[in-house]
Ligand binder design. Structure first.
Ligand code: KG4
Ligand code: ZN
Length: 342
């Protein structure tokens, strides 16, 4: 039995359209298109919701037209679309486009949770078999930092989340303070270099706390003060930027690894699953690999090009978790959608 899904992603600042199929239990990506808006938002140092909506409106039909030429619509079985969490107008834009397609093509529309999609994209080339569960999922993006206990596909419990800024947001904001472009994760990773001469120490907020929550705003403030207090000549030197980038990345990584490992121990997890844009970070991936190896548990890392927002993950989620059929007019966007909510 084969199954093909047309998938749409518009929850944030990437417009994605993909066709993903499942044949003999194997997932295949048949088409994957992405219109990134980072250049447009860079000027603002973050996401500008009105511009994001304008870009989705413009790009969805363009990407769809190309997708249709690449993958035959007569073979599609359903349309999948992200309905939350995300920017509300952007979610509705995607959902209404999906509804229109569903009506036109006579296909059902499957609502997908963006965070679940970040988890399930790990199964693009690996079967979610029972030896991996329970799993502890660390979801780290520009808008979220969450630790989720996963008993199986579709069964999630929220263990903890950030009380203020998300990990990606911390990369983005501190990068901006250092004069690095948006989004801040990649340039911080590229600049990170330990200095022999500059002694830079930043806090690891809540690292020792006896829970699964995170907090990154204190780290952000510490970075601000450290920059402000440095003599101008030091502050403007490449060595300072590199050393700060190194320490910011180290602080964020150490906190994320420590809390995740604590959850693994407490819940006797069989695997760690990473998801979200920050999981593209090389240092984070290295540190998790080392930890998983010493503990002898499995580690699932999303392919780097599928770690940040895309439509393939939406298609994979819809294939792995078909769900029940909902009438098109009953579908709704939910900007505050939360995994594990009763
Ligand atoms: O999942 P995502 O594409 O969008 C949201 O749903 O928010 O995540 C975007 C975030 C940004 O904050 C960006 O700085 C971060 O992921 N990011 C990284 C890296 N690549 C993207 N952070 C650290 N290292 C990276 N290599
Ligand atoms: Zn995301």
């Amino acid at each position: 039995m084969s199954m093909r899904v047309l998938a749409l992603e518009t929850s944030c600042d990437e417009t994605g359209v993909a066709v993903v199929g499942k044949e003999k239990g194997e997932i295949k990506v048949l088409s994957a298109r992405l219109a990134s808006q980072t250049e447009i938002h860079r000027e603002y140092g973050g996401i500008h919701p009105t511009l994001a909506l304008r870009e989705h409106k413009k790009n969805l039909p363009l990407l769809f037209r190309k997708t249709k030429e690449e993958a035959d619509p007569r073979q599609w079985d359903r349309v999948a679309v992200t309905v939350g969490p995300g920017l509300e107008p952007c979610l509705w834009q995607g959902l209404n486009f999906a509804r229109k397609l569903g009506r036109g093509l006579g296909l059902p529309v499957a609502p997908v949770d963006h965070m679940e999609a970040h988890i399930l994209v790990n199964f693009v080339d690996q079967v979610p078999d029972s030896s991996l569960f329970p799993a502890v999922c660390l979801l780290v993006s520009g808008g979220h930092t969450q630790l989720v206990l996963m008993k199986k596909v579709g069964d999630y419990r929220m263990l903890g989340e950030t009380r203020d800024d998300a990990a990606g947001e911390c990369f983005d904001k501190t990068a901006r303070m250092l004069g690095l472009p948006y989004p801040g994760g990649p340039p911080i990773a590229a600049k990170a270099h330990r200095s022999e001469d500059l002694n830079i120490e930043l806090p690891r907020p809540m690292m020792g706390a006896d829970d699964y929550d995170f907090s990154f705003s204190g780290l952000k403030t510490a970075v601000l003060y450290r920059i402000r207090d440095a003599p101008q000549k030091v502050r403007e030197s490449e060595e300072f930027v590199q050393a700060m980038a190194y320490e910011i990345q180290a602080a964020i990584t150490e906190v994320l690894v420590k809390k995740t490992v604590k959850a693994v121990e407490d819940f006797k997890a069989k695997s760690i699953i990473l998801g979200g844009g920050v999981s593209a970070n090389r240092r984070l991936r290295q540190d998790f690999r080392a930890r998983a190896r010493t503990r002898g548990i499995s580690l699932l890392l999303p392919p780097k090009n599928l770690a940040t927002d895309n439509a393939v993950m939406v298609g994979v989620a819809a294939l792995l978790r078909p769900g029940k059929r909902i009438p098109l007019e009953d579908l709704e966007a939910d900007p505050d959608m939360r995994l594990g909510k009763e």
